[in-house]
Design a protein around this ligand. Structure first.
Ligand code: GLA
Length: 664
């Protein structure tokens, strides 16, 4: 992108046209270099079917161009206009009980609806035809937060589309019966016509059907995106396309979508009331960067201060908006944008903060926005640089969909929470991570972490085994490698695809009662909770054992030297300190060092490397000033208490919420 872009959602239709001159002037003052425009403009640009009123929108683009502001142009399709659903009520989505969702909000469309897609594509074609060569156009922003409010529709249109999808996937109904194990509970299907979406059932639905429905629903959303993308590509083959994802959003698999995006875009709203908010953000940023194979990505939305959709909406205390914006840059973002430019007086988001608040520009928020815009404008050399983590965590949306269903040994398994727990010790230690899907090439990593990957194909098991044989280090946690892609259990002792590399067999799961803790004995201290299991060693050595309960004396954590590498296994959920101790040992064996040794608590350190050099980012998420001693003197690029014009510095005093970027 050539620079670190700065800006936000620009919704000029909320205001009389004369406000725009002030908008543009203030954008320039604030260093705004990019806006995403038109996201919810459908009803205004197409007030009647096929009758367009684009004049006002064209003037907006012209004015932005005149000010040198690039536009990531939205395709306007996230909120169908009232005429569409009035004329075609079948476009409206239905929940699993058959209850219809009505207009009056947004995203009130069934993702499988051909009527919705046809109207969306018609609008997008019109947009691309009109503005495809507009000089302000930088990229296309397709839809908006796919699946935020309509992740799953269960209407008859969806049912028919699901049957088509199943037919394509399985070919014959016999193959479907086998995949879904429909001999169970008399579910055998004679034709695809007999199959329904997993609407509300008297008791547990078929788990493979639920899994396939999650796959289908994600795919239906993706097909909406692709229908628009195809129309855009026909007319503007060289203009990049993207869409903004929500963080760790269960209905939408970012890895599947990434193949169809030219740049990854994420919306992340840090919660000032959550002391761990920056850790959750770090994980989501790493997922986003990894989805794109490490290329620079866009933080498409964040709040300048408070949001309006939590139960209690804290403003961002002074300095945190800057800190959390730099965090995205430190983790690979080349654009930092907000929702939204100017706070509206009406509508459902009137209490959401904006770059220009209700109180105007003589405000803390605008001053902080302006300062950050200027700061980011001064560091174009950072753009394009990449990080190169040596650790990968595996995440798999299909496994997530299969894991969190009823009828399992425990209802307490929560994939996102488990992923965070495995990510946290690396973040705390200052070790950068990628978060990749299981089919990625793992050869560039020294260490691969596999948290609760319930669904695992035999091939993935074989690849992980090979990874260790060739010298890689592997850390696997409980209830991993249990079922295949159709959610059928791999037989012969759990986790069958990994037994050889882990050197063990799990005979029986023993999930723990609520609040139950089992003390650990051996070389890890603390107690496991949530989960335990009966592990038989088959070559692995015991690292820690259960110290109480029915499994007292049996292994809880193991280590197996295999080939040229080592495979570790945790058969219980470890508390934070024990997890940290385990990860430190695993890392030491794998030769994975933090970005800087001896980082003070609360300091995040990352490295981005590119054509313009190698840059070290230091961010202070802690409450007090921290001193970071550098391994060698480094010139400063930007940040607190440093002068880029002065010579190299040997150490940095980082105030709370401070940031520094150095040339490493
Ligand atoms: C999402 C949407 C925006 C806006 C913000 C508010 O990210 O994409 O349109 O509603 O939330 O936080």
């Amino acid at each position: 992108m050539g620079r670190i872009h700065f800006g936000g959602d620009y919704n000029p239709e909320h205001w009389p046209e004369e406000v725009r001159a002030e908008d543009i002037r203030l954008m320039q003052e604030a260093g705004v270099s990019m806006v995403t425009a038109g996201i919810f403009s459908w009803a205004l640009v197409e007030p009647r079917p096929g009758a367009y009123d684009f004049d006002w929108f064209g003037r907006v683009l012209d004015d932005l161009h005149g000010a040198g502001i690039r536009v990531c142009l939205a395709t306007m399709t996230a909120s169908p206009p009232p005429w569409l659903t009035e004329q075609h009520p079948e476009v409206l989505p239905q929940d699993a009980d058959g209850v219809r969702r009505w207009p009056g909000s947004r995203q009130h469309f069934c993702p499988s609806s051909p009527v919705y897609r046809e109207h969306a594509v018609r609008l997008v074609t019109e947009l691309a035809t009109r503005y495809g060569t507009h000089p302000a156009l930088e990229s296309w922003h397709i839809g908006n937060e796919y699946g935020c409010s309509n992740p799953r529709c269960y209407c008859d249109v969806s049912a028919a589309d699901f049957r088509r999808w199943l037919h394509e996937r399985y070919g014959t109904v016999e193959a479907l019966n086998t995949a879904w194990a429909t001999t169970f509970w008399s579910q055998r299907y004679g034709t695809f016509e007999e199959v329904f979406p997993p609407r509300t059932t008297p008791t547990f639905p078929n788990p493979a059907q639920v899994l396939d429905y999650a796959r289908f629903c994600d795919d239906a959303l993706l097909q909406c995106y692709l229908a628009e993308k195809e129309a855009l590509r026909r007319i503007t083959p060289d203009v990049p396309v993207t869409t903004n994802h929500m963080p760790l959003h269960k209905p939408v698999d970012p890895y599947a979508w990434a193949a169809h995006e030219d740049v990854q875009a994420l919306d992340f709203y840090q919660d000032p009331y959550d002391p761990e908010t920056h850790v959750g953000a770090a994980l989501a940023f790493d997922v986003t960067r990894s989805a794109g194979g490490g290329r620079p990505w866009m933080l498409m939305e964040q709040a300048p201060s408070a949001v309006n959709w939590r139960a209690r909406n804290s403003p961002k205390p002074p300095g945190t908006m800057r800190l959390w914006s730099w965090q995205a840059v430190a983790q690979g973002a080349d654009a930092v944008l907000y929702f939204q430019w100017r706070a509206t007086p009406g509508g459902a988001e009137k209490f959401h903060s904006a770059m220009v608040p209700h109180a105007g520009t003589d405000t803390r928020i605008f001053r902080e926005v302006r300062a950050l815009g200027r700061e980011l404008a001064a560091v174009p050399q950072l753009a394009g640089a990449r990080s190169r983590p040596e650790v990968a965590l595996l995440a798999d949306w299909h496994s997530w969909w299969a894991l969190e269903q009823g009828s399992h040994p425990s209802a307490d398994l929560d994939f996102a929470e488990t992923l965070r727990r495995h990510y946290r010790p690396f973040f705390d230690a200052g070790v950068e991570c990628d978060v990749v899907p299981p089919d990625r090439d793992l050869s560039a990593y020294r260490l691969v972490v596999v948290p609760n990957l319930y669904l695992m194909s035999t091939e993935t098991g074989a690849r992980l085994t090979e990874f260790v044989r060739a010298g890689g280090h592997l850390l696997v946690s409980y209830f991993t490698g249990i079922s295949d892609d159709c959610d059928r259990v791999h037989l012969g002792g759990y986790p069958a695809p990994l037994r050889e590399v882990l050197g063990l067999r799990v005979e029986e799961f023993w999930p723990l009662a609520e609040g139950q803790h089992l003390p650990l004995t051996g070389t890890l201290t603390g107690s496991g909770d949530l989960w335990s299991e009966a592990i038989d060693l088959e070559g692995a050595e015991e690292v820690a054992a259960f110290g109480a309960g029915e499994l007292a004396g049996r292994p809880a954590v193991t280590r197996h030297a295999y080939g040229d590498g080592v495979a570790w296994y945790a058969g219980t959920r470890l508390p934070v300190a024990a997890m940290r101790a385990l990860v430190d040992r695993v890392r030491a064996g794998a030769g994975v060092a933090p970005v800087l040794p001896g980082l003070p608590a609360g300091i995040q350190a990352t490295v981005r490397e590119g054509a313009e050099g190698r840059f070290l980012f230091l961010l202070n998420h802690g409450a007090g000033t921290a001193t970071v001693t550098l391994p060698e003197p480094m010139p400063a690029v930007a940040g607190d208490g440093v002068d880029p014009a002065a010579g190299p510095v040997a150490s940095v005093d980082l105030p709370a919420r401070g940031i520094v970027v150095l040339r490493a």
